[in-house]
Design a protein around this ligand. Structure first.
Ligand code: PGA
Length: 235
């Protein structure tokens, strides 16, 4: 694991965006794994700016997001699909058919999970995966206790996660109880992983990750078994 301490949030965002830009210059038909939440917001701003300034295109890219709430669709402002459209997809040239998120409105959720996993596999797995980390160590929505061998799956969100994410909803009761998330095995198949963690709130999770004990009680710890992870962190 490669630890990169940053001075501020903007430095973290710029560095992450530059790594994605380099990836696209090297391999224009990359498969990118994308994340939502507070951590990557500046990253998307920087990546869109770099795209507008020219030099690379997303036309041949496939994207797969980590997760989506069950019960929320693209038109719902609190869905991750909506976040991706307003933060990124609306400003770059990725064909809509190459933008993938789990469908939180699917009638058959288990089938949806299988098809999502299969689509990632058929895309040759992910070349470059962006991650945030929860204060409880979750990556994607893989909450503590999730099997390291998990594939894309339906997950029950913990009270803590629902409480943390309630700031994006009118009340905690509005936060969906479940989500579809890429599994830990799916994430580990990525060739390169960038984890973003900035702020006092994340310091405890980062300290635990740095301590190095690998356990399913702290999902991010699986990353110690991955050959190419950069952790961009600071407070
Ligand atoms: P955040 O969430 O980027 O909004 O802090 C990260 C996570 O919970 O995975």
């Amino acid at each position: 694991m490669h630890w990169i301490q940053v001075g501020d949030y903007d430095e973290m965002s710029e560095l992450a965006a530059s790594i994605f830009e380099q990836q696209l210059l090297r391999k224009p038909d990359s498969t990118l794994g994308l994340a939502t939440g507070g951590s990557p917001q500046g990253f998307y701003v920087s990546l869109v700016k770099r795209y507008i300034n020219g030099g690379f295109s997303f036309k041949k890219v496939n994207t797969f997001n980590l997760d989506e709430y069950i019960g929320l669709g693209p038109d719902d402002e609190t869905s991750y699909h909506h976040y991706m459209k307003r933060s990124f997809f609306d400003f770059v040239d990725i064909p809509v058919s190459q933008q993938h998120l789990p469908n939180g409105l699917a009638d058959d959720l288990l089938l949806e999970c299988q098809l999502y996993e299969q689509a990632i596999e058929e895309s040759g797995w992910i070349d470059l995966q962006l991650l945030g980390i929860g204060v409880n160590g979750h990556i994607g929505f893989n909450e503590p206790g999730t099997a390291f061998q998990s594939k894309t799956q339906v997950i029950d969100l913990t009270e803590e996660t629902r409480n943390k994410n309630s700031k994006y909803f009118s009340s905690e009761a509005e936060v969906p109880a479940q989500a579809i998330t890429m599994g830990l095995r799916t994430i580990m198949k990525a060739k390169q992983i960038i984890l973003l963690a900035f702020g006092e709130e994340k310091a405890g999770a980062i300290a635990r990750l740095q301590a190095g004990t690998v356990t399913e009680d702290f999902p991010a710890s699986i990353l110690h078994h991955h050959p190419n992870v950069k952790v961009l962190y600071g407070k």
